[in-house]
Ligand binder design. Sequence first.
Ligand code: UDP
Ligand code: MG
Length: 345
Amino acid sequence: MSGQATVHDEDGGILLRRPLPERAGRGLLSVVIPCHNERDVIEATHSRLTEVLPTTGMDFEIIYIDDGSRDDTLEKLAAIAARDGRVAVIELSRNFGQQAAMSAGLAAARGAAIVITDADLQDPPEVIPEMVAAWRTGVDVAYGRRRRRAGETAFKLATASLYHRLLARLMPYPMPVDTGDFKLIDRAVADAVVALPEKRRYLRSLVPWAGFRHEPVWYDRHPRAAGETKYSPWKLVKLAGDALVLSSDAPLRLTWVAAATLATIGTLATAVAAFSTLVGPPREGVSLAAITAVASFVAAIQTAAVAIVGEYVARTYREVQGRPPWVVRRTIGPAAESRSGSRAA
Ligand code: UDP
Ligand code: MG
């Protein structure tokens, strides 16, 4: 590549940069795609990818991870691998979840740069050449930043936006907002993340944790091409909890705020009670409703504090057990390395 490449800054402004000589050649690009029950879309995804990826000017491998699909996704993936030597399929032994599936793909990827994307074409493959162009100029993490998200409910958009901003404030390191899993990362970033000993992995916060140079590539997110979302509201809540608790101590600190608030209310109430006993007219006692209200409030805050501690204890217990985050049943194709659990394990 010659000439200058365009890269976007945080606000969507255009920066012009020269490619780095060491990232200018063909090199290998890995594309990692977690798949769970994606029979309706996987063929279309593969043909779109194989049309677009040659325009990056890099050689490429595509690693599909079958995350315990119950439909015939795996058979379809095996057929794709049989006719396309650039494809590897990692079959997990059951459904371990998208985060584990992506980590399994990352551990097997051999590229100088690695793209992570969903199987459902919500993240258009046409953005990948832009990510590669940004990477060539020295960006280590070119993350897809969503300008628009079609096909999502107003409720999901509002809660996601609010949550991303809240999370970014509570994290002990900078976290990009309005971004999902769609990103390109440099080999060095992948190595740093894969080498982490922790078992429970939330890549959206581990990649920012690793540091390096992050820059957004702005794009419009499309509706799912076919099939349905695998995320129920409940699964999203669990994911939101992982995102926060795995990387931040803020919820634990919040219990101090609750304690301080209760202590202040208690002190004020004592002062008021003492004052009215000393100087006020005689009283008839307190209503049962008032006592119940105060007792429930205090009990709720104490229970919440215990529950927050419990969230950390449970995750600590899981880490101490040290079970691998995924298990491989079989790998198909040349690129896949057979591994159970993370490389560091
Ligand atoms: N996925 C997975 N394992 C799961 C759930 C989802 O590998 O347990 C994959 C899924 O096949 C897709 C990606 O993760 O490629 C994102 O899932 P989905 O599109 O359902 O999520 P949404 O875009 O609705 O948030
Ligand atoms: Mg999707």
